[in-house]
Design a protein around this ligand. Sequence first.
Ligand code: ADP
Ligand code: ZN
Ligand code: MG
Length: 484
Amino acid sequence: MSIYDKYEAVIGLEVHAQLSTKSKIFCGCSTQFGSAPNSNVCPVCLGMPGVLPVLNKQVVEFAIRLGLATHCSITPTSIFARKNYFYPDLPKGYQISQYEEPICQHGYADIEQEDGTVKRVGITRIHMEEDAGKSIHDMDVDTLVDVNRCGTPLLEIVSEPEMHSSKEAHKYLFSIWQTVKYLGICDGNMEEGSFRCDANVSVRLKGETKLGTKAELKNMNSFRNVERAIDYEIKRQIDLIEDGGAVVQETLLWNAEKNIATSMRSKEEAHDYRYFPEPDLVPVVVDKVWIASVEKILPELPNARKKRFVESYKLPVYDADVLTQERELADYFESSVNQLSKKNDESVKSVSNWVMTDVLRVMNDEKVTIVDFSVSPEHLGAMVNLIMDGTISGKIAKEVFDDMLKTKEHPKAIVERKGLVQISDTGAIETEIDAILAKFPNEIARFRGGDAKLMGFFVGETMKVMKGKGNPKVINEILRKKLG
Ligand code: ADP
Ligand code: ZN
Ligand code: MG
C-alpha cells in the first residue's frame, strides 16, 4: 500500500459562468468579447459617483433556469451585496455580488461514475454577480487594464466539498458546463474565460470526518488543466504532511507550462471583503408564476436526453453519452434520424456510428462546430438511406461522405455523378468470382482445409476487381456457396 492510499482527497468547486446576455448586468453596455479595449463602458460600469445600477432581468431569468436545472430552491427574495476589495481592474472598488440570500440554494448535480453508479454532488448555492475587468501583465510596458468585462453578468455555482478525486471533479464540472450550454445561458468557452473554475482541495486520513485545511487553485483554463492541477495539489499536500509539515490555507495559481502550482496569496494576505447589503439595488423578488413560466421553457436536459436516446433509439450507453455531450450534436443526430425512410435499430445505429466517428473526426480536425458542419443532417440521413437500401456499400459511402464535405451536394447526386451505384446483381458478381477462384486454387485448398481467415482475402479480391462497387453481402453469400 502506498502512502497515498492512506489519504482521502476532498474537493469543492466554485464555477463561474459568464452569461450570454447582450448587455451587462447593471447597465446597457454590450458584453461582446474581443471589442477594442475600454470601448464597452459607461458611467455605471466604470463606477462613477452618483450613478445607479439597474438590474438586467434576463440575468435573473438565466439564474432561475440554472437553479431549476440543478434542483435548487429559488429564493423568493434575494439580495445583492457589495464585496469590497482594491484592484486596478475593479474601478468601483467593490464588486456587486450576492452573499446572504443568494438566488438559488441547496441543489445537486448527478454524475455517473466509472462503475456506472450515480453520485450526487451537492450544490450549496448559485449567485448572481458582476465580473471585473482584465489586467494584462505580459507586456514589456506597465500593466494594462481593459475594463470592458466590468459588469459582465456571472453566475457563481458553489459545490459542497463532496468530490474525492480529480476525475470526479472533472465529471461534475463537465455536468455544469453541459447544463449551462443546454440551457443556452453561457457559451462555455474555457479558453476565452467565459466558463471558469476554482478548485478547493484538502486531504485527510481515510476515516477522518473533519475537513483538512484547504488550498484554492485558480487559473486553469481547460478541463485537462483542472484535473492536472487537482492531482498535483493532492500529491503536494500528502507529501507535505508525510514529511511532518502542515497544509496552510492559501490561493495557488496553476502554471500550465510548468505543470506546477505557485502561491498567489496566503491566509494572512487574504482579503477582508467587508460584505454589506448593496444599498443601490432593491431585493430581487421571484414569485411562483415567474418560476413556473421559466420551468415551462426549460429544454430537455443532458441526463434526460441521454436516457431517452438509450430507451427510444436502443443505442448503447456509450453512443448516447457521446451524442448528447452537446445539445447541437444531439439535435444533429436526431435530425439525421428523422430523414431515415426506414427507422429501425440498424439504420439508427448506422447514423450514430457516422456521427460518432466521421462527423466528430472531421469536426475535430477542421476545428468546426456541428452548427457549421458542411454535411447537413438531411444529407447524412439520406446517405444512410442509400446504404440501407443497398444502393451503395459502407465503403463507397466513405467516398460519398468525403465528397459531401467538399461539395455539399445531395448524396444521390454524388452517387449519380460518380457512377457509384453498388452492383448487387448476382449474375455479374458470380462472373467476377468465378474468374478469381480460378486464379487461386492453393488458397481454395487452404480455406477448405480450415483456414477460415481466407474468406476475407477472397472478398477483398472480388471488391478489388469490382472497384469497391460490389455488394459485400451478395459477394459473401456467393463465395460461401461456392467454397462451402
Ligand atoms: P471560503 O470562505 O474560503 O470561500 P467556502 O466555505 O465559501 O470557503 O467554500 C468555498 C468552496 O470550497 C466550496 O466549494 C466548498 O465546498 C469548498 N471547501 C470548503 N472547505 C473545504 C475543504 N476543507 N476542502 C475542500 N474544499 C473545501
Ligand atoms: Zn456600462
Ligand atoms: Mg466562498
